[in-house]
Each structure stands twice: as structure tokens, then as C-alpha cells.
Design a protein around this ligand. Structure first.
Ligand code: PLP
Length: 380
């Protein structure tokens, strides 16, 4: 079946007990057993398994062209659980433009457990090859990245990583693209990670994460960790993400349509210095983006002339774009990454230009959005 059909039906069937069309929210922590050691349909305890969560896990697995999906209580919980596949002394290589929270977890928390990290420019496959060491067990990348929307050729990096001794795992955080635009497992990745808080949920009303794999052995290790560590989402959260996913293709097409109109407006604006958008002709990764993504998505970053003060004046002057962190919801958001989402990487090699503004373009009417940006830029 095609993606749009899977988004609505994958993992979800009318409830066998009563025909409920929407997946019921199974608010239960435990399940009656038919005898000692005889759980019904494999359900014993909801940290281990819950029917609402299982529907979400099956759905995301199919959407990502994987075989097994795991849901988590946040994107960071998903990330942390994946890193627990490694043992003390292992080396992991990560992109030098990864999500700020991912950098913080790697650099400030996991280093204390004797994991070693190198941050490299994954947009250049050669620099990935150079940064691999004999103890490298995992390579972590995002494409497009946040906030510079840099593009990495997933297939090229997968080939390099898998040819290396010990065959490190290639993990792709697919939060920005979503499986509608890009499916890393089809391009050679071993693991896909999501913050479902963003486009998959799509309505800024839930925090969640997900992991998807195609290999049974890897899935078993991750299911063990999911249950042993316990960073699982509640059934209501799973329901909300399932509901969000049903309209993912429609939303992503509209995010793109609006983003294109805004890019066209910004590229001509005298107060905009530099534009970052994967499908724009000025983007160094445009060719790769067009090859591995269905469309350019809804995230745009740009440098405002006049530095930090001007950027802050713009984001404080919009009326329709809400000044807020996060992204991927139906409503448009605006922020200054250096002072907000990326504060945790200030002074590090992931440092962000203080005059950079990031937009999460929503699905409102594009003329209203452009009108709002116009009046805000006039104040810069
Ligand atoms: C938000 C985000 C995360 C973290 O997810 P949470 O749900 O906030 O824990 C990880 N990666 C990317 C790319 C994100 O945007």
C-alpha cells in the first residue's frame, strides 16, 4: 500500500472486541492472566507492552520501511536507549550540527559513562571516513540538520560506515524530514530515531519519541532495553501521535507549499542576508536533498542583517508566527536558535550565528504568513 494509506491504516484495525474504528486508549497498567505464566495475547504489564502503544509502534515501523518500531516517552529517551546498545569504552561519531539536546546528552552525560564522542561534518563523507576509529561502534547523523538544514548523503555515508571494521551502526535522526519525505532505512541506515513531538504528532500537544529498525537481532536488543530502562510513553500520548500521523502527508505537502512561498519572499528581501533551505538553488546540498527527499519540508533558517539585535527584534515583532521553541506543528513558530534552542551548545563547536532566525512554517494561509514576516522584518 502507498504511504498515504499506511499513514491512516498501518497497525490499526477495528477493535476485535467491539469494532471501535479508532484505536482505543488502553489506560491499564496490568492485564488478567488465564493461568500462572499464561498471559492473554502476550500482555502482562504496560511498561513491557500496551495495545495502544503497539498500534503506534507497528504504524511507524511500516511508514519507515522498517520491520520493528519502538515508542518512547520523548525523542531524548529514544536517543538515550539507542546509545545503551554501546558498552563502556566505545566510540561514537556524530554530526557536528546535531540537535542541541542530543549533543548535550552525548557530551555532558554519556561521556561520564566512558563513551567517547567525536563530532564531524557528515555532509562530507570523507570527513566521516577520517573520523572513524577502530573502536567506533555507532555513527549518528541528522539530515536536514537543525538549524542550518545541512544535507548529508545517507547512502554515501552508509557505504563508508558499513565498510569499516566492526561495521558500526548507522543511526539517522529523521525528525526533520519525517518518513513521508525520506526513509533512511531504504538508503542503508540501520536505525531511525524520531522525536514524534514534532511533525509526526504535528499538533504541539504531545512529547514522544520512536526508534525503527529492520534487523530482528537489533530489534530484540532494543526491546530488551526499552523494557529494562522503561522510558515508555503513556497510551494517551500514543493515541495522539497515531491521530497526528493520519494527516502527515497532507500536512507535509502544505508545509512545503507555504515554505516555498516564504523562501521566495525572503530571498528578495533587503534585510535577509543568507537563506538556508534544502530545496533552494543556493543550498550546497540541493542535489542530494532532491535525490533523497520528496520535498523540502517546512523548516527555513535565515540570517538577518544587523546582527543579534535585529534578529531578536524580528522574532519579537511577529504576530502570527509564535515566538517558541519546538517545530513541526500546524501553527507557525519563530525563534533565534543561538539564544533559545541552541543555548546548550553555545561556545562549543556546534555554536550558532546569533543573527540566525529559524522558522517552523505551519499550514496557515501563506499570504497571512508572508504579511506577518514583512511587517516584522520592517522593524529589524
Ligand atoms: C526535538 C528533537 C529531538 C528531541 O526530542 P524530544 O521529543 O524533545 O525529546 C531530537 N532530535 C531532533 C532533530 C529534534 O528536533
Amino acid at each position: 500500500m502507498k504511504f498515504e494509506t499506511l499513514a491512516i491504516h498501518a497497525g490499526q484495525e477495528p477493535d476485535p472486541n467491539n469494532g471501535a474504528v479508532m484505536t482505543p486508549v488502553y489506560l491499564t497498567s496490568t492485564y488478567m492472566q488465564d493461568g500462572v505464566g499464561k498471559p492473554r495475547q502476550g500482555y502482562e504489564y504496560s511498561r513491557t507492552r500496551n495495545p495502544t502503544r503497539l498500534a503506534l509502534e507497528k504504524c511507524i515501523a511500516e511508514l519507515e520501511s522498517g520491520k520493528w518500531g519502538l515508542a518512547f516517552s520523548s525523542g531524548m529517551a529514544a536517543t538515550d536507549t539507542v546509545l545503551r546498545l554501546l558498552g563502556s569504552g566505545a566510540h561514537a561519531l556524530a554530526g557536528n550540527d546535531v540537535y542541541g539536546g542530543t549533543f548535550r546528552l552525548f557530551d555532558k552525560v554519556l561521556r561520564r559513562f566512558n563513551l567517547d564522542f567525536t563530532f564531524a561534518d557528515t555532509t562530507d563523507p570523507e570527513s566521516v571516513a577520517d573520523a572513524l576509529s577502530p573502536s567506533t561502534r555507532l555513527v549518528w547523523l541528522e539530515t536536514p540538520t537543525n538549524p542550518y538544514l545541512r544535507i548529508t548523503d545517507i547512502r554515501a555515508v552508509a557505504e563508508i560506515v558499513h565498510a569499516h571494521r566492526n561495521r558500526p551502526l548507522l543511526v539517522v535522526d529523521n525528525t526533520f524530514a519525517t518518513p513521508y519525505l525520506q526513509r533512511p532505512l531504504e538508503l542503508g541506515a540501520d536505525i531511525v530515531v524520531h522525536s514524534t513531538t514534532k511533525y509526526l504528532g504535528g499538533h504541539s500537544d504531545v512529547v514522544g519519541g520512536a526508534v525503527i529498525v529492520k534487523d530482528k537481532e537489533l530489534a530484540d536488543k532494543l526491546y530488551f532495553l526499552q523494557n529494562a530502562v522503561g522510558a515508555v510513553p503513556g497510551p494517551m500520548d500514543c493515541f495522539l501521535i497515531l491521530r497526528g500521523i493520519k494527516t502527515l502527508p497532507l500536512r507535509m505537502d502544505r508545509h512545503y507549499e507555504n515554505a516555498l512561498a516564504i523562501v521566495e519572499f525572503l530571498e528578495k528581501h533587503p534585510k535577509v542576508d543568507k537563506l538556508y533551505y534544502p530545496f533552494h538553488a543556493s543550498h550546497p546540498g540541493q542535489k542530494i536533498a532532491i535525490r533523497q527527499m520528496k520535498n523540502g519540508g517546512g523548516m527555513i533558517s535565515f540570517i538577518v542583517k544587523g546582527g543579534r539585535e535585529a534578529a531578536i527584534r524580528v522574532v519579537e515583532s511577529t504576530k502570527l508566527f509564535t515566538l517558541a521553541e519546538s517545530l513541526g506543528g500546524v501553527e507557525s513558530l519563530i525563534e533565534v536558535p543561538a539564544a533559545m534552542t541552541h543555548l546548550s551548545v553555545a561556545g562549543s563547536q556546534l555554536d550558532v550565528d546569533p543573527s540566525l532566525v529559524r522558522l517552523s512554517v505551519g499550514i496557515e494561509n501563506k499570504d497571512d504568513l508572508i504579511e506577518d514576516l514583512k511587517q516584522a522584518l520592517d522593524k529589524a
